[in-house]
Write a protein that binds this ligand. Structure first.
Ligand code: UD1
Length: 418
């Protein structure tokens, strides 16, 4: 089994270009099937989730070319309007194909997305919204069959600002005859990027970034080229790495506004941070200040995706910090792995109490999910001694090469293939 080996204790120095955003590129790739033509995407990260999404596109009938970080999708001929179970099972976010396939072909069939390492992640909001918009949905034996009855002008009010549900509705409603308004829409930067991409393709959407999104359906799209936004969670990972391990680093090709909830906590921790339009500089503090409480929230609140990574930083703070996880409770599983490295963390439901310790110790640990893997790497960079991080396949879902990036910054880190 592959693992990442880290000899901790080296502070991080240098600069790093940050990859394109995983959570932006996945819905954008799904959206390309709306155009009966060719789409060119730049800054497309080479991740396992992207590779699965490309497999789905190929299954649907698209021809794909990849040249470095550019992916060219020819969606002239869509020959299938269902996604087989083995592909659905590989990645939960395959559900964002639902709205796009119905919009393109009038019908779609797929299984429920596979069980997820973050616990049950329902899709009721996706289904309820599509039903509201005139899609007949039949569920049986784990399969979902969707057929567009009659697209009607409608308003969708989301009970929770779900990122995936907002994306699904945008994809479905953009290629339609009606006008759709989404209330209580997710406001994440990835939603804005999706609006930007769809509009470049000829859609008429406005409001992304606010909680009301208006979509005037169009009959067809045209070819376009799009540059995917930088990955705000990857950027947050490197910044947290520098604060935990010490040192000073600069990130290039980032959009600091997108991760200001994270930099504002890191600056409370005592880090010195300077941001430019596309760059972020951080200098670690001598002593990491505790944080009274962090609550994960939909954007622009503190992102759940950065929660476990921040937990690794706070494990080394000069006092007790509290994290309340409001989005995915299962994300606290990392606490048990950090405890193997000497962290003092107790979890009760949605709340984790982190009593800072002076040092962490290298250990053999297992990533519980994608961000858990990143969190363990951050802790291991700061720890005394050697750590081995297993379950690297989780890390590959969201980072092109986490170990190479930290190595560029001076970490003693390597990936062992066996
Ligand atoms: C997306 C991101 C993920 C991030 C999450 C929250 C992608 C590929 N993934 O996931 O990295 O952690 O946003 O920022 O972009 N919910 C329901 N019913 C639904 C849908 C969601 O109850 O139909 C609940 C979920 O269980 C969860 C919360 O809503 O508690 C947030 O989920 P959502 O915003 O939909 O997250 P994802 O789109 O799955």
């Amino acid at each position: 089994m592959d693992y990442i080996k880290i000899n901790g204790g080296n502070p991080l120095y240098g600069s790093l270009k940050v990859q394109g955003s995983k959570n932006a590129v996945l819905p954008t790739l799904a959206a390309t099937i709306l155009n009966r033509g060719t789409t060119v995407l730049h800054n497309c990260p080479n991740l396992s989730d992207v590779r699965v999404t490309i497999e789905i596109l190929k299954f649907l009938g698209c021809k794909i070319k990849r040249e470095s970080d550019t992916v060219i999708i020819d969606a002239k001929d869509i020959t299938n309007n269902y996604i087989p179970h083995d592909l659905m099972n590989k990645m939960r976010s395959s559900i964002i194909f639902m709205g796009a396939i119905i919009a393109r072909t009038g019908e779609a069939a797929m299984s429920f997305p596979g069980g997820c390492e973050l616990g049950p992640r329902p899709i009721d909001l996706h289904l309820k919204a599509l039903k509201t918009l005139g899609v007949d949905i039949k569920e049986s034996h784990g399969y979902i069959k969707c057929r567009l009855e009659q697209m009607v002008d409608n308003n969708v009010h989301l009970d929770f600002p779900s990122v995936g549900a907002t994306e699904n509705i945008m994809l479905f409603a953009s290629l339609s005859e009606g006008k759709t308004t989404i209330y209580n829409a997710a406001r994440e930067p990835e939603i804005e990027d999706l609006q930007c991409f769809l509009n470049e393709m000829g859609a008429k959407i406005n409001g992304a970034g606010s909680s009301t999104i208006e979509i005037e359906g169009v009959k067809s799209f045209h070819d376009c080229t799009h540059i995917v936004i930088p990955d705000r969670i990857a950027a947050s990972t490197y910044l947290c790495g520098a604060v935990a391990a010490g040192g000073e680093i600069e990130l290039e090709s980032v959009c600091p506004e997108h991760f200001s909830a994270v930099t504002s906590i890191l600056s409370e921790c005592g880090a010195k941070i300077e941001t430019g339009d596309n760059s972020a500089y951080i200098k670690a503090p001598e002593i990491i200040n505790k944080i009274d409480i962090i609550r994960t929230l939909p954007y622009p609140g503190f992102p759940t995706d950065a929660q476990s990574i921040m937990m690794s930083v706070l494990a080394l703070a000069n006092g007790t910090s509290i994290i309340k996880e409001n989005i995915f409770e299962q994300r606290f599983k990392t606490a048990g792995e950090l405890a193997k490295m000497g962290a003092d963390i107790s979890v009760d439901g949605k709340v984790a109490v982190i009593k800072g310790v002076k040092n962490l110790t290298g250990s053999t640990v297992y990533a519980c999910d994608l961000r858990s893997g990143a969190a363990l790497a951050v802790a291991a960079l700061a720890a005394n001694g050697t750590s081995k991080i297993f379950n690297t396949h989780f890390i590959d879902r969201g980072y092109e090469s986490l170990h190479s990036d930290f190595k560029k910054l001076g970490a003693d880190i390597e990936r062992i293939y066996q």
